[in-house]
Structures are given as structure tokens and as C-alpha cells.
Write a protein that binds this ligand. Structure first.
Ligand SMILES: Cc1cc2nc3c(=O)[nH]c(=O)nc-3n(C[C@H](O)[C@H](O)[C@H](O)COP(=O)(O)OP(=O)(O)OC[C@H]3O[C@@H](n4cnc5c(N)ncnc54)[C@H](O)[C@@H]3O)c2cc1C
Length: 425
């Protein structure tokens, strides 16, 4: 398909347009093209140039607990006065933001946290199983490692608190960790300083280098005939008879039988046109990528007390963190990058003040119930949403792509998709 040459509908010729070439759009393109459909992916920028570019790279079924934990809203309120808080809401007048916060706050209780966790568990498990099949099958050279994920605690109090989380994960979700005491930690990972309180190792998690995964996967898809059109921005939608008939883009008009909207944090802006609530707020995070230190961590690591993650790569390492509700703000303040370094310093043997190869921000597509939005748009028969993946878009992408392809091609569903339905809002 080329811009300005409208195509016939999918029910006539099997064509699909995916708007958004992040990891979710790429995964949708994979499963749809595997099902024999003719797929075009458009993006206002470059392939995976937004939130999917320099995230931490964890494929983490251990992240089964949603953000809506009891007590989080108190943390958010205190952050209003503290510009250095890792979880921060920037005070501003925005009815959409405050409605989002209100809905989010209503869900910060144990019952709803466990319900959301159950829905997350199903899609997390499906997704990692898909990755285990896909990576070798497609020869995706992306530093896939099954080393698990290490949660390292600095204080005894932190250990005690995290032990409760670990018990919850084991009892309710069957996700178990190996507990490592502080004295054994430096031999478990020599990149960690002596004197830390201990750690929990979740062996079922994996990791990738995200930019390599994106590039490799898109290359395989191109070989298979998927067309990517970069710098092609969706500007408007024409509808008739409950269907989308045309997409107006910066490179001309496009049509296809089915349209998948995979626009990450931008998706909320299309609520009105899609006649459907898309309650997504951008949850801004930052990362800094540096040359590989000596010693470099063996494991992907999270420091829950400082809320920062470390991702070791073959040719470098990355610190990533923060959750800022500051709207569509694209600045990278120097103090936030310094904060990443300062937060990792108490834990790592190697100095963390090396030169930056890249500093980066990404807008996580945050929903108020911590679940992604995957499925048919209620009032438009040929429109689908694949967005709102919160802090887990990389992890959840394959299952999302598979669900969307099953829906469009009418194959039986692999898992119960009701919890992710766009109709739930
Ligand atoms: C610091 C940080 C660390 C993270 N670490 C992890 C991790 O370890 N594991 C994990 O699973 N997740 C992680 N995440 C979350 C993950 O990065 C996101 O959930 C995921 O990238 C979302 O993917 P997406 O494809 O939905 O969105 P995006 O990657 O943002 O893609 C959306 C695309 O839509 C395009 N678009 C938008 N509007 C239009 C338009 N009008 N026309 C055309 N194109 C348009 C954009 O240009 C963009 O390319 C992290 C996020 C951050 C910020």
C-alpha cells in the first residue's frame, strides 16, 4: 500500500493499517501478517522511536501487582510538593488528569489490586511464552537473556516490607523468588556493594535490549512484506455506517479493511474521533545509557527503595526510573538524570557517573486500572485499540498482537480478553 492510493476493505482484500510503530504496533503487525493479512504500519515519527526505544528491557511476569496498591495515592499527594519525588504528579489544571487520578485512587485497595493482578497474570504468562517461541523462531538477535530479575534492598526494613510483597506474589499468583541474604549478595552479583540488606531473585523473568529487538523484529516483518511508513502522522478519521472509511494522514489518505490504533500515550487524544473513552495519561520516565562499567551487573536489577532499575547490556548499561504525571512534557531535566545516578550509587561497586551515551524520556501509556486496552472499538466495527500498556508494554506486546490478530481473523481466543476490553470504561 502506498499513501494516497486507497485500498479495498480487509473483508475484501485482507488489508490492515496499524497506526503506531511502537513495540505494540510491531507485535500486532507480526501476528496479523502471520495470519496472512496485508499489513501497513504508519508512524508520525520513526519505528519505535518513542516509549519503546530506551526502556529498561525487562520481560517481567513478576510485575503482576498493578500500580494501584493501597497507599500509593498518599505517595502521589505528598509528591505534589516535592519535584524530586520518583513518583510525581505535577500540579496543573487538567480535568482529564484529575478524573484519571480520582478513578485511580478508587482502585487503590487490596481487593481491586488482586483482581487487576489476576487479569495481568494471564496476559503476562501468555506473553513470555510467546517471546520464548518467537525469539528463536524469528532469529531475533536482541540480547534475550533468561537471568531473572533481582530486587535488591538496602535496609532491613526494606527487606521486611518487600518480603510481604513476595509472600503476596507467591500466595496469590504463584510467582516465587529465591531470597538472598546480604552477606551472600556480593558473590551472587559482584557488581553489588557489600553491606546491603539482601535481595529477592525472580528466576522466571527475562530481558532484552529494546532498541535491538525493535530493529530486528521490524526488519523480519519487512522481509515478510509488511510496509512501514515513517513520518506519516494520522491527522483525522472519516467514518460512515459505523465504520472507518478513510484515514487522513500527513502523507495523504489511506484506507484498509481494518484499522488498529496502537498509539501508546497519544491514544487518549483520539477518544472523541473513536467515540470511545480512552482514559490514558502519559506517565513519564527517564533513562540514561552508559558504557559498560567494571564490574557490570550480571542481572537486571531493581532497587525498590530508590525506585530505579539497572539493565546490563552487552555493550553498555542503563539506569531507568521515575513516574511523572506532567502531561505531554518532552523535556529531560538534568536533575532527573542526576537523580538516576544518585539513586544507583548506594548499590553499585562501579562509579555511576560515566559519560552518557544517551539520555531519554518515554511516556508510558497509563490507564487508571493498570490494565491494557485491547479490543474492538465499541461503536466502530473495523477499529481496534491496542494501547494503555502502562509500565509493561514491552512485556505484553506479543500477547497483545496475538489477541488483536485472533479478533480480526475470527480465530478462537487464547485467553479471556474481557478484562482488557475498551468497552469497560
Ligand atoms: C523508563 C521506562 C522504563 C520502562 N521499562 C520497561 C520494561 O522494562 N519492561 C516493559 O515491559 N515496559 C517498560 N516500560 C514501558 C514500555 O516502554 C511501554 O509500555 C511501551 O513502550 C508502550 O509501547 P507502545 O507501542 O504502546 O507505545 P509507543 O512505543 O510510545 O508507540 C506509540 C507510537 O505511536 C505513534 N503515534 C502517536 N500518535 C500518532 C499519530 N497521530 N500518527 C501516527 N503515529 C502516531 C508514536 O510516534 C509512537 O511511535 C518502560 C517505560 C519507561 C518510560
Amino acid at each position: 500500500m502506498t499513501p494516497s492510493t486507497p485500498q479495498k476493505a480487509a473483508d475484501q482484500d485482507g488489508s490492515v493499517i496499524i497506526v503506531g510503530a511502537g513495540i505494540v504496533g510491531i507485535a500486532c503487525a507480526h501476528y496479523l501478517s502471520e495470519s496472512g493479512l496485508r499489513v501497513t504500519v504508519i508512524d508520525r515519527g520513526t519505528i519505535a522511536g518513542a516509549c519503546s526505544h530506551a526502556n529498561c528491557g525487562y520481560i517481567c511476569p513478576s510485575h503482576v501487582l498493578p500500580l494501584t496498591e493501597p497507599g500509593v495515592i498518599g505517595v502521589a499527594l505528598r509528591s505534589l510538593l516535592n519535584p524530586r519525588a520518583p513518583f510525581r504528579v505535577k500540579p496543573r489544571i487538567s480535568p482529564a488528569l484529575w478524573n484519571w487520578m480520582f478513578q485511580f485512587a478508587r482502585r487503590c485497595n487490596r481487593r481491586q489490586m488482586l483482581t487487576a493482578g489476576k487479569a495481568l497474570r494471564a496476559i503476562l504468562d501468555t506473553s513470555i511464552a510467546e517471546y520464548r517461541r518467537l525469539i528463536p523462531e524469528q532469529s531475533l538477535n536482541c540480547e534475550w537473556k533468561e537471568n531473572g530479575l533481582l530486587y535488591v534492598l538496602q535496609t532491613e526494613q526494606g527487606m521486611k516490607h518487600f518480603a510481604e510483597t513476595d509472600r503476596l506474589l507467591t500466595d496469590h499468583f504463584g510467582v516465587s523468588a529465591q531470597r538472598i541474604d546480604g552477606t551472600s549478595l556480593p558473590s551472587f552479583d559482584p557488581a553489588l556493594k557489600a553491606g546491603l540488606a539482601g535481595a529477592f531473585h525472580y528466576p522466571g523473568d527475562a530481558s532484552v535490549r529494546p532498541d535491538r529487538l525493535n530493529a530486528e523484529w521490524a526488519a523480519r516483518l519487512r522481509e515478510r512484506g509488511v510496509q512501514f511508513i515513517e513520518h506519516c502522522e494520522l491527522l483525522g478519521i472519516s467514518k460512515s455506517g459505523g465504520r472507518i472509511t478513510e484515514l487522513r494522514t500527513s502523507q495523504g489518505d489511506l484506507t484498509a479493511g481494518e484499522i488498529v490504533f496502537a498509539m501508546g500515550a497519544w491514544s487518549a487524544r483520539w477518544s472523541e474521533e473513536l467515540e470511545c473513552r480512552v482514559p490514558i495519561q502519559p506517565g513519564k520516565g527517564y533513562s540514561i545509557t552508559m558504557p559498560r562499567p567494571e564490574p557490570c551487573p550480571r542481572y537486571p536489577i531493581l532497587f525498590p527503595e530508590h525506585k530505579v532499575g539497572v539493565s546490563p547490556f552487552e555493550n553498555g548499561y542503563r539506569l531507568g526510573s521515575m513516574m511523572e504525571f506532567s502531561g505531554y512534557d518532552s523535556t529531560i531535566p538534568a536533575h532527573r538524570i542526576q537523580q538516576l545516578r544518585d539513586s544507583a550509587k548506594p548499590y553499585l561497586v562501579a562509579p555511576v557517573d560515566g559519560p552518557a551515551e544517551e539520555t531519554w524520556y518515554g511516556w508510558r501509556p497509563m490507564t487508571w486500572d493498570s490494565l491494557p486496552i485491547i479490543g474492538r472499538v465499541p461503536k466502530l466495527t473495523n477499529a481496534f485499540l491496542a494501547a494503555g500498556h502502562n509500565m509493561l508494554g514491552l512485556t505484553l506486546a506479543p500477547a497483545t498482537g496475538r489477541i488483536i490478530a485472533e479478533m480480526i481473523t475470527g480465530q478462537p481466543a487464547l485467553l479471556d480478553v474481557t478484562p482488557y476490553s475498551p468497552a469497560r470504561f
